[in-house]
Each structure stands twice: as structure tokens, then as C-alpha cells.
Write a protein that binds this ligand. Structure first.
Ligand SMILES: Cc1ncc(COP(=O)(O)O)c(C=O)c1O
Length: 266
């Protein structure tokens, strides 16, 4: 079989395997433990956090590791929406991944939000004039993907971020298909939260992350992330099978990674 779907998932990069292997076998400690094994693991987690933060051009404290892109999207969208004081409108593009679209549907069904869609043109680019009409003072969250997972269209995140900021809304971008192709640090100045997924760019099946940026809104999002985790896991709101973490779903692998990993410090 010739596998040509690296946008769905990719094999782990050899450097990832070499780096992680001793941490899964020899230095397998719990990073919260205070003994030597635990401290070694804590050092490895903080190195990973630092590496991701540098790549995104944000601070280490702004990285939240998740099980994958779906969970990162869920946390950012649901968390920011539930933390919004009064605004009750979620705006996404018409072509978001289900990880975002279903989170918005969940908010509409269970929390009284309205969900409005920004249309796209024949190339899949969001209609900025329509976005300008839709994004207003009632908007809690705007979530538009940086790169589309079906046709690869790059969205005007900087312009959308400006519209969201002007309306006082939280701006999230699903950058799962941008990682490895675009410089993510060009995107982070324009958004309040950005999601990526490790297993599509050579990491293991499971790690993803969400970042919030150092605006006054980041405190709102921290609170939100904690509360939304409960919502997503609650019995009445159990996500559909396709929305569960990648570790439960991914079946095939292939590589595309960008650049090399820096060695773990001694
Ligand atoms: C744009 C986009 N967002 C989110 C996801 C979900 O990521 P994960 O498979 O890590 O849950 C995908 C996966 O294909 C995707 O393409």
C-alpha cells in the first residue's frame, strides 16, 4: 500500500522514538514525584513544553498538553465560551473540522449559545465581509482553522483576529493542518488560543496541545479549560466516537515532520 494521507496521521519520527524510548522504559517516573526518577521525568516534560513554546513563540506557561487536536479544540472552544460573561454567540467557518463544529453544536444544544457560520468561496476561503457582519459584541468565540484539512486552503487569520479583537471576542484557530507547513509563530500574535496535534507531524499518537496567549483573556481561558474538561467528560455530554482522542482512533501512520528535534538536556 502506498500511504498518501499524512494529513490524517503520520509515523513517529525516529528522533521522537529515540528521545521518548528511555523515558518510557528506564526513566519512567511520574513528573510529580519528588524522587530522582520523578525529577528526571519532570525535566523531560519541561523540556518538551519549552520546545513547543519556542516553536509557537509563546511562554511555557501558555502550553496545555492534551491527547490530540480534538481535545485541544474542544478545550479552547468550549472553555472560552463557558468563561464568557454574557456573550452567547459562537462563530466558526462553514468548513471547520468536527472537533470545532461539534464543540459549537454542543454549546448550542446544552448551554444556550447560537452557532453561526462564516461562508467560504469556491476555493474554501472565508468571506471576510460576511465575517465582519457576523462578528459583533454578542460574540463569545470566533474559531476558524488556519489551514483546511480537505483542500489545504490557508485562511486569513490575522484579519479574522482583528475583527474578533475589535468585537471583544475570543479568537481561536485550529492550526492542526498548519503545523509543519506554516510558521506558527506568525499566527500566535493574532489569536487567543491555537491548537495543534502531534501525531500528524511525527510525534506519538496522543500528545497535542493548546496555547493561550498573554492577554487579559488568558486568565479567563485557564479557568475555562478546567471547567470545560469536566463538561466534555460529563455523562450527558460524552463526545461522539469520532471526537474522542486520537489515541483511540488513529490506525495508520506516515511521516512528514519539519526540522529536527533538539537533544534532551543531560
Ligand atoms: C483540522 C483538524 N482539526 C482537528 C483534527 C483532530 O486532530 P486529532 O486527530 O489529533 O484529534 C484534525 C484531524 O484530522 C484536523 O485535520
Amino acid at each position: 500500500m502506498i500511504y498518501m494521507d499524512a494529513a490524517a496521521t503520520a509515523p513517529a519520527h525516529q528522533q521522537v522514538l529515540d528521545t521518548i524510548s528511555p523515558l518510557l522504559t528506564h526513566d519512567f517516573g511520574n513528573p510529580s514525584s519528588r524522587h530522582e526518577l520523578g525529577r528526571n521525568a519532570e525535566r523531560a516534560v519541561s523540556w518538551a513544553r519549552n520546545t513547543v513554546a519556542n516553536e509557537l513563540g509563546v511562554g511555557e506557561h501558555e502550553i496545555y498538553f492534551t491527547s490530540g487536536g480534538t481535545e485541544a479544540d474542544n478545550l479552547a472552544v468550549i472553555g472560552a465560551a463557558l468563561a464568557a460573561p454574557r456573550e452567547r454567540k459562537i462563530i466558526t467557518s462553514a468548513i471547520e473540522h468536527p472537533a470545532v463544529q461539534d464543540a459549537a453544536a454542543f454549546l448550542a444544544e446544552h448551554h444556550g449559545f447560537t452557532h453561526e457560520l462564516i461562508p467560504v468561496d469556491h476555493e474554501g476561503v472565508v468571506d471576510l465581509a460576511a465575517a465582519e457582519r457576523l462578528i459583533d459584541a454578542k460574540t463569545a468565540v470566533v474559531s476558524v482553522m488556519a489551514v483546511n484539512n480537505e483542500v489545504g486552503t490557508i485562511q486569513p487569520i490575522a484579519q479574522l483576529g482583528r475583527l474578533a479583537r475589535a468585537a471583544g471576542a475570543f479568537m481561536h484557530t485550529d492550526a492542526v493542518q498548519a503545523a509543519g507547513w506554516l510558521d506558527l509563530s506568525d499566527l500566535t500574535p493574532h489569536v487567543d488560543a491555537l491548537s495543534i496535534s502531534g501525531h500528524k507531524i511525527g510525534a506519538l499518537k496522543a500528545p497535542g496541545c493548546s496555547t493561550t496567549l498573554p492577554t487579559t483573556r488568558s486568565c479567563r481561558c485557564c479557568t475555562a479549560v478546567a471547567s470545560s474538561a469536566g463538561c466534555v467528560r460529563g455523562p450527558k455530554t460524552r463526545p461522539a466516537r469520532r471526537d474522542r482522542p486520537a489515541a483511540n482512533r488513529a490506525r495508520t501512520t506516515r511521516g512528514r515532520g519539519r526540522g529536527g528535534l533538539r537533544p534532551l538536556p543531560d
